[in-house]
Design a protein around this ligand. Structure first.
Ligand code: PEP
Length: 250
């Protein structure tokens, strides 16, 4: 059960990555439509080719990435404006797979967050450390640098418009989630760090946890004081499991 001690609306976002098909679109559409009236934002981030197959009346859609440009000669890229035109409200930026596979820097992620906001999309900004950084005891410094780039990039007046996802890289797709205490520890740090730039924004901003969230561990993770929901990869491809995770955040 999500914590109820604040005014932040819980949120669960499903990141399909490069998975799924039209059959999954239809299955999810049916299941999630029933959650629409609950006190919860459920966002599906499918591969962009499937965005139009969803019925936007009954759920929220997000992209998995955007170009830093709005248009032009950038073969294979998709702009924030295009996602907006297809009815997206959110876009993931700075996912660790983008940072590693496409060498995206903190600065580029910050530009993408700014461009998303300019085009009326809410960026879900991913931060999180590799195992080596955790073992070296440098999680807070590492995450602070990722946050600082984004705070600088979007400007302090826009921080409240962001969603942050803390995704420790060692927990993504490994089946080895952070413990609720480990997640809370970093989420609390993130909120305190944002408060240095804007205290009001820090108390209102949603901070999602991502990394091997499943139906069995979601309740304990989402019950933490600074965990406002989840960014879910693998489990977002299984309808019943994903719905159970959504219920845990409600
Ligand atoms: C993700 O890729 O954002 C993610 C959290 O994946 P998983 O839930 O599969 O660990």
């Amino acid at each position: 059960m999500a914590n109820t001690m604040n005014n932040r609306r819980p949120m669960v976002a499903g990141n399909w990555k490069m998975n799924g098909n039209l059959d999954l679109v239809n299955k999810m559409q049916d299941g999630i439509g029933n959650l629409a009236k609950q006190d919860l934002d459920v966002v599906i981030c499918p591969p962009s080719v499937y965005l139009q197959a969803f019925d936007k009346q009954s759920l929220l859609l997000g992209g998995q990435d955007i170009s830093e440009y709005n248009e032009g000669a950038h073969t294979g890229d998709i702009s924030a404006r295009m996602l907006k035109e297809l009815g997206c409200r959110f876009v993931i930026v700075g996912h660790s797979e983008r940072r590693s596979d496409h060498h995206e820097s903190n600065e580029l992620v910050a530009v993408k967050a700014r461009v998303a906001l300019e085009q009326g999309l809410t960026p879900i900004v991913c931060v999180g450390e590799p195992l080596s950084v955790r073992e070296a005891g440098q999680v807070f410094d590492y995450v602070a640098a990722q946050l600082d780039a984004v705070i600088q990039g979007v400007g302090s007046t826009q921080i409240s418009q962001l969603v942050i996802a803390y995704e420790p890289i060692w927990a993504i797709g490994t089946g080895k989630s952070a413990s609720p205490e480990q997640a809370q520890d970093v989420h609390h740090f993130i909120r305190k760090h944002i408060a240095k730039a804007d205290e009001a924004a820090a108390s209102g901003i949603r901070i999602l946890y991502g990394g091997s969230v499943n139906a069995a561990n979601a309740g304990a993770l989402f019950a933490q004081a600074d965990v406002d929901g989840g960014l879910v990869g693998g489990a977002s491809l299984k309808k019943d499991e994903f719905l159970a995770i959504c219920q845990a955040a409600n």
